[in-house]
Design a protein around this ligand. Structure first.
Ligand SMILES: Cc1cc2nc3c(=O)[nH]c(=O)nc-3n(C[C@H](O)[C@H](O)[C@H](O)COP(=O)(O)O)c2cc1C
Length: 292
């Protein structure tokens, strides 16, 4: 099965590239005397002589420029009991380090997360622009591994453990923001009549995220503004007509996932007035899409 590349179809890109399984790292640095961390899946070994590694970071990342300015970083390879850390450091919130056990070994310049499977301390070597990401190359200055642990893996938007690994994967934070019964007039469908007169479409959204930062601060900046999400999602319903509910759901998921705090979203698109020759209450397509 194959499909040519449509640059607007980010869902297909994510879905296919998600078939490449990887580990998960937290890139850490000491910024203004305090630790800062960023979850990354795009880590890779690059060169043995000189010893180089890389990761790709989004050009919209707010934390990476602060890490770059230090000229140093540590790559913490997460162990399979560290799903919580992976989720925590995907959120832009300095209070993420509260309660996190870390140390600064004598031969490392950046924070090392306790319990990591391995750590690789680096000096920033170079940066390479790559589309909407920057490839960051680090020169390795110190490193260590704890082979008694097992790696945390990431595959098709889900955390995994090695088959046969002793430790089980703990459950992800199951926090949700749910929007139900959004509706708007749209002109989607395969029939000409549907394009001309249009009909009402419904939308339910279930956003998966960590709500603890907002609960701690009680500040809207630490969570997703669901009013903005609703407006952006409804703009897809009222926007460019498409033939299929599948396309609508995919587009809505793409819009919702642009907020980096949302780890995954389930989108259900309803078409209660679909032109069917039978009595029915509703037709709906539900999709779940996740980041990275
Ligand atoms: C498992 C996982 C892997 C991720 N991998 C990357 C990655 O390789 N590159 C990246 O830029 N962001 C990645 N992210 C998202 C970042 O951790 C972060 O949320 C995003 O870059 C926003 O960062 P900011 O707060 O600095 O703006 C990943 C998130 C998760 C949960």
């Amino acid at each position: 099965m194959s499909a040519s590349v449509d640059p607007t179809d980010t869902g297909l890109f994510r879905e296919v590239l998600g078939h490449f399984g990887s580990g998960v790292v937290v890139v850490s640095a000491t910024v203004d005397g305090a630790p800062l961390g960023l979850t990354c899946q795009s880590f890779a070994s690059v060169s043995l002589d000189p010893p180089l590694v890389s990761f790709a970071v989004s050009r919209t990342s707010r934390r990476y420029p602060r890490i770059r300015d230090t000229g140093r970083f540590c790559v913490n390879v997460l162990a399979d009991g560290q799903v919580g850390l992976s989720q925590a450091f995907a959120v832009d919130d300095s209070s993420r380090w509260v309660g996190v056990d870390w140390e600064q070994p004598a031969d490392a310049d950046s924070p090392v997360l306790a319990g990591s499977h391995a750590w690789i301390d680096c000096r920033l070597e170079s940066e390479l622009p790559a589309g909407d990401h920057t490839i960051v190359v680090g020169r390795v200055t110190a490193l260590a591994a704890d082979s008694s642990r097992h790696p945390l893996l990431y595959y098709r938007g889900e955390y995994r453990a090695l088959a046969g690994a002793a430790a089980a994967i703990p459950a992800l934070p199951a926090d949700r923001i749910v929007l139900r019964g959004l509706h708007a007039h749209g002109r989607h469908g395969v029939l000409d009549a549907e394009r001309v007169t249009g009909q009402s479409f419904g939308l339910d959204l279930e956003l998966e995220l960590d709500t603890r930062p907002a609960a701690a601060s009680d500040d809207l900046v630490d969570t997703v503004d669901y009013g903005n999400v609703a407006t952006a999602a409804l703009a897809v319903l009222t926007g460019e007509p498409v033939a299929l509910l599948e396309t609508l759901a995919e587009r809505v998921a793409g819009v919702v996932l642009t907020d980096p705090r949302v780890g995954a979203v389930t989108v259900t698109v309803h078409k209660p007035h679909a032109p069917l020759d039978v009595a029915f209450d509703d037709v709906a397509v539900a999709v779940r899409r996740s980041v990275a």
